[in-house]
Design a protein around this ligand. Sequence first.
Ligand code: PHE
Length: 411
Amino acid sequence: LGQESVEVLGRAYACDDYTNVTPKVLAKVGRNLHNQRHHPLWLLKERIKAHFYSAYAGRSGNPLFSAHDNLSPVVTVEQNFDSLLIPPEHPSRKRGDNYYLNRSTMLRAHTSAHQRELVSSGLDAFLLAGDVYRRDEIDASHYPVFHQMEGVRLFSNRQLFCDVADGDELNMFEAAGGRRTPHKQEVHSLEAVKLLEFNLKQTLSGLVRHLFREDLEVRWLDCYFPFTHPSFEMEVRFRGDWMEVLGCGVMEQQLLNSAGVANKVGWAFGLGLERLAMVLYNIPDIRMFWSQDERFLKQFRVDDIHQEIRFQELSKYPPLHNDISFWLPAAGEPAFHANDFYELVRAVAGDLVEEVTLLDDFTHPTSGRRSLCFRLVYRHTERTLSQQEVRAVHHQIQRETETQLGVEGRY
Ligand code: PHE
C-alpha cells in the first residue's frame, strides 16, 4: 500500500509487511449493522437476548446472561489467536484469510477473540455480538464482513452438580494423571463434561426452537476447535437440507486458568447471525444485509421484536425513472417542505415508487426563484410496469403537487 499508517475508528496503526486491510473493508468498520435498530441482524440479536433473559434467571430473578455489543473489532493478534490456544503456525492465522492492520493488530476474525478478556473481567455468563472480518470472495453466501454472537457460561462445582442427587460428592476435576480422550480434557471428570455438554446442547436447541417457533430437527456433529474440547457443530434441518448454524464446545481449561478462573468449567458457542437470519427470514443473498434499499429494510421494521416477519423477496422487475421539476412558492406563501412532497408521492403512488431523490436545486440568478428537480424511481414488485401506467401516475403526482403544495410545474 505504501502508506505509513492506517486509521481505524479514529486511531492510527503503523503499517508493516503484514498490513493487508483495504479501504473497502475499512469503510465497513463502524457500520455496526447489529446495533442498527430494526436491521434484521439487530432484530435477530434482540430476539436471542430476549430469549436468554427470560429463559435463564438468577436467584433474584435477574438475567443470568449479560449482553455486550460494543467491543471494538480491532483486536490484537494475541486476543484473536494466542488467547484461544491457536498454535503459531495454525492455518487460520494466514495473511490471506485475515485482515491485519499490522503484525500485532487485526480486525477480529471471530467474536471468540474476547472470551478470555470477558471471563477475566469476572463475567460468568455472557452474550457478545459483533462484526467479524475474514478475507473471502463475495457471492450470495460469502462476504468479508459478517456478524457473530458468542455465548459463554461458566459453572462452579456446586452450580454444575446442584441438580444431581448427592452432587456434593462429585468433583468436576480429575486427580492429576487424567487422560484426554475424544470425550473429555485430561483435567475434567467425565460426569462434569457430560453435564456441561447436556446443558450446552439443551441451551442451543432451546434457542433455535424459540427462534423458529417450531420443533425443528437439530443434529450434532463432532468437530474440532483449538479452544474447546469436546467440540460440536449444530445443524438444523431446513426445507429438507441440513444447515450448519454454529460451533460450540466445552471450553479448554487452560483458557479459563489463564483468565483467572481455574475453579470453574464452562461452555462456549459462536453463531453466525447472517447465516441464521438467512434461514429464518428466507433472505437469499448475504449482500442484502448491507443494502440501504427501503423495500428490504422496511420489512423488518416491527413494533414488537416477537412479531412474525414474512419476508418478500425484492423484485427483479425493471425500474422506470421519471423526473419532476417545479418552482417553489414565492416568498410570503406557505413554505415548501420536501417531506410533504415525499408524503404526497407515497399517497398517490403507494409502493409503485421505490425511491425519490433530489436531483437538482437551482436558484434563478435574477428573479431569485428557486426550483427543485426530483427523480422518482417506479418499480412494481410483481410485474413489469408499462410506460403508460407510470405516466398516468406521474401526471397525477404533478397535478397534486401543484394544487396541494402551491408549486409551479416546469414541464
Ligand atoms: N469462533 C468459532 C468460529 O468462528 C466458533 C466457536 C465459538 C466455536 C465458541 C466454539 C466455541 O468458527
